[in-house]
Design a protein around this ligand. Structure first.
Ligand code: PEP
Ligand code: MN
Length: 372
């Protein structure tokens, strides 16, 4: 059961103390406090965990300080969409708003290689009005002899340059808790010139200890990639690990699934699951066409398979696109074959805009009817 309190409730006030005392007296029920600090208000939610079946919704709702009460199913308690649950899907980070209605493009380098390539990438993003990017410093590689990323050594110039070009959020994968500390220290050293969205890659979706550590930090939002060989339910539970530790700023990433059918694509594109994740949870949903497709294969209609995959995700309501670009794909140290070229960014953005508009029209059309 989730007890949502009146906004900006005074934690030292009588109402709050009385409420907490009443709830903690409930037998076999634990109370966990969760706070969401927004630009305008602080929202406090109390999670009642344990034997709540006999607790009356009505009694709790009538306690002073309570705005509303939601009885949750067992699944995805914090991130899930429950019956009569009108909680928002929105959160803000470093001036950028994320929700199940927004759409942001995170075009950038799969892996940071040189300062020149980073700067060229960031310049073209700024010139095209973009404030988000992706830049991998820590690369989990299948082959131990492959380039593993420059790690913390590249962070100072990546963050400085990002600040210089007005980038507000960089999606950056972490594979170990030390990476979070390194990112935090490097950002601090640049005076927080930019911001970071911590990315948990598909190989770490069920690295529960990493999830707990990343979930415990309140500073950075998290992009959790779906595990490429596990069920959707298992991946959504992994996201819930982050939230159960306190971090509700979680975006769920679809990046294709491993299949054994002689794939034309690196992974089987799973973007039809965008609305499924939005229905089951309140997370904004990201699509990663680059790691799904894995090449620059061209369709006879003149569009790359990557463009088609993006369109499939956006027309289904995706909220974020993570996509590999590179100034010189042939020289990229990781995933060059799937990278789009910098001069292709305007086309990419224009194509996304066309499809987003189509999605919005479809949504208005659907709202005129009642499918319920
Ligand atoms: C990536 O985004 O660079 C990446 C490695 O993705 P995934 O974890 O989906 O393979
Ligand atoms: Mn990659």
């Amino acid at each position: 059961m989730i007890v949502i309190l009146e906004a900006n409730i005074d934690k030292n006030g009588e109402a709050y103390r009385h409420l907490l005392a009443t709830l903690t007296r409930l037998p076999n029920v634990q109370v966990r406090t969760h706070e969401e600090v927004g630009a305008q208000q602080v929202l406090t939610e109390l999670y009642l965990i344990g034997d709540t079946a006999s607790v009356s919704l009505e009694d709790i709702r009538n306690l002073p300080g309570v705005d509303r009460v939601v009885r949750v199913s067992e699944e995805y308690r914090v991130l899930g969409r429950h019956r009569d649950d009108k909680r928002s899907t929105r959160f803000e980070y470093n001036g950028v708003e994320f929700s199940q209605d927004s759409l942001h493009v995170f075009a950038g380098l799969c892996a940071v290689d040189t300062p020149e390539h980073v700067e060229a990438m960031l310049r073209v993003l700024r010139d095209n009005g973009q404030v988000c990017t992706r830049m991998g410093a820590y690369k989990p590689r299948t082959n131990p002899y492959s380039f593993q990323g420059h790690g913390r050594n590249c962070l100072p110039y990546v963050f400085d340059l990002a600040g210089k070009y007005g980038i507000k959020v960089i999606a950056m994968e972490v594979t170990h808790e030390s990476h979070v500390a390194e990112i935090d220290a490097a950002l601090e050293a640049t005076g927080r010139a930019t911001g970071v969205m911590l990315q948990i890659g598909t190989r770490n979706t069920q690295n529960f200890e990493l999830l707990k550590i990343v979930g415990r930090q309140p500073t950075y939002p998290v992009l959790l990639k779906r595990g490429f060989g596990i069920t959707l339910e298992e991946s959504l539970n992994a996201a819930e690990y982050l939230a159960s530790e306190g971090n509700r700023k979680v975006i769920f990433g679809l990046r294709g699934m491993k299949s054994h059918f002689g794939d034309p694509h690196r992974n089987m594109v799973d973007f039809a699951h965008v609305p499924v994740v939005k229905r089951l949870t309140r997370m904004p949903v990201c699509i990663d066409p680059s790691h799904s497709i894995g090449s620059r294969a061209l369709a006879p209609d003149g569009m790359l398979d990557v463009h088609h995959a993006v369109a499939q995700g956006v027309i289904a309501g995706a909220n974020m696109i993570l996509v590999d670009f590179h100034p010189a794909p042939a020289k990229a140290l990781v995933d060059g074959p799937q990278a789009l070229r910098l001069e292709e960014l305007p086309h990419f953005l224009a194509d996304v805009a066309v499809v987003r508009e189509a999605y919005e029209k479809r949504r208005s059309l659907a709202r005129q009817n009642n499918f319920a």
